[in-house]
Design a protein around this ligand. Structure first.
Ligand SMILES: Nc1ncnc2c1ncn2[C@@H]1O[C@H](COP(=O)(O)OP(=O)(O)OP(=O)(O)O)[C@@H](O)[C@H]1O
Ligand SMILES: [Mg+2]
Length: 306
């Protein structure tokens, strides 16, 4: 059962939850944002309120961010089911009950998911020329080996969305852009073509839906998994502000990088204090935390309505 915006916001925690302890399940992995627990026949994927910037986890979290990301992913999983099956077990409420997961805050930030083998590339799609794509285009006229028309401006919409995958770097390292040949070498030609067409279709559906909600989906990253028979599933988080760049449609204009619904305030702050981008990262002012929480909530409200 999908949740409404007000059901989610009334349950937000007063303080950021950055660690998840005392669960009776074995922890199988701890990512920058998520903790993964083994439920035997499934996994519990729990999003904390941790925030990473420049690939480093910051000491401060954003209260409720984990629940916002999980509920937004759940909404998108429901709206992309016609394109691809996803890792959520069908009856989330029933799964929580059956497994003794009764804490409301924990439920909101968690998913009970199918155990799958993660595909070792990150499937990035870009519809607009911005960020690292814009830097690369200015130098070479290309983005990830894809030649683009001359004369494009920063934040211009691309003639058609492009698939620009990256490696999945181990903890502490940066993902590297790869071209089609490198992608094929990693996952094989058949799977690569499938991932590319699925990613482009998902981006298009996401872009159209976001547009109806007053936002532009500039770019995004999908992750996929495979089961024992080789079937492909959409996994992880999907079309959230952590995995995507959303712009408010009304302030969009080419030639400038529009403000986004994510951690731009955090990045701006970290650049202003001239942090060397090594751990430990500096603490965030309360105002930056509050503004960032507002951005995540605004994106959720636009999509879910309410
Ligand atoms: N259904 C699934 N089965 C197996 N692994 C999964 C599944 N869904 C997601 N994962 C994996 O769980 C991890 C989620 O953790 P998290 O997002 O915190 O880590 P991260 O990817 O290191 O951080 P970031 O997203 O900031 O790069 C990812 O490695 C993802 O590939
Ligand atoms: Mg992740």
């Amino acid at each position: 059962m999908a949740m409404t915006f007000s059901e989610i916001t009334t349950a937000l925690p007063p303080k950021a939850v950055t660690t998840i302890d005392q669960l009776p399940f074995p922890r199988v992995a701890s990512g920058k944002v998520r903790e993964i627990f083994d439920l035997g026949d499934a996994l519990l994927l729990t999003a904390t309120d941790r925030l990473s910037a420049f690939d480093v986890v910051l000491p401060d979290g954003i209260p409720g961010k984990g629940a916002i990301l999980t509920q937004m992913s759940n909404w998108w999983f429901a709206h992309t089911q016609h394109l691809i099956q996803n890792h959520l077990l069908p009856d989330q409420a029933g799964e929580f009950q059956r497994r003794g997961i009764t804490d409301r805050d924990l439920q909101l930030r968690s998913m009970v998911v199918r155990k799958l083998t993660t595909v070792p590339i990150e499937c990035v799609v870009r519809g607009y020329l911005v960020g690292s794509g814009w830097s690369s285009y200015q130098k070479t006229g290309e983005v990830c080996g894809i030649k683009l028309p001359t004369g494009l401006r920063q934040a211009d919409r691309l003639p058609a969305p492009i698939f620009t995958p990256t490696t999945k770097a181990p903890k502490g390292q940066h993902d590297e852009a790869i071209n089609d040949a490198q992608g094929i070498a990693i996952v094989g030609a058949a799977l690569y073509e499938k991932l590319k067409s699925l990613s482009l279709a998902l981006y298009q559906a996401g872009h159209d839906r976001a547009r109806q909600a007053g936002m532009i989906l500039a770019d995004t990253k999908f992750e996929f998994g495979t089961d024992a028979t080789g079937d492909v599933w959409l996994i992880d988080e999907v079309l959230t502000p952590d995995s995507s760049r959303y712009w408010p449609a009304e302030s969009y204009a080419p030639d400038q990088s529009p403000p986004s619904y994510d951690k731009q305030f955090v990045r701006d702050h970290l650049l202003a204090v001239k942090w060397d981008q090594k751990t430990p990262a500096p603490r965030l002012p309360a105002e930056v935390i509050a503004l960032t929480q507002e951005k995540y909530l605004a994106a959720l409200k636009n999509l879910l309505g309410g």
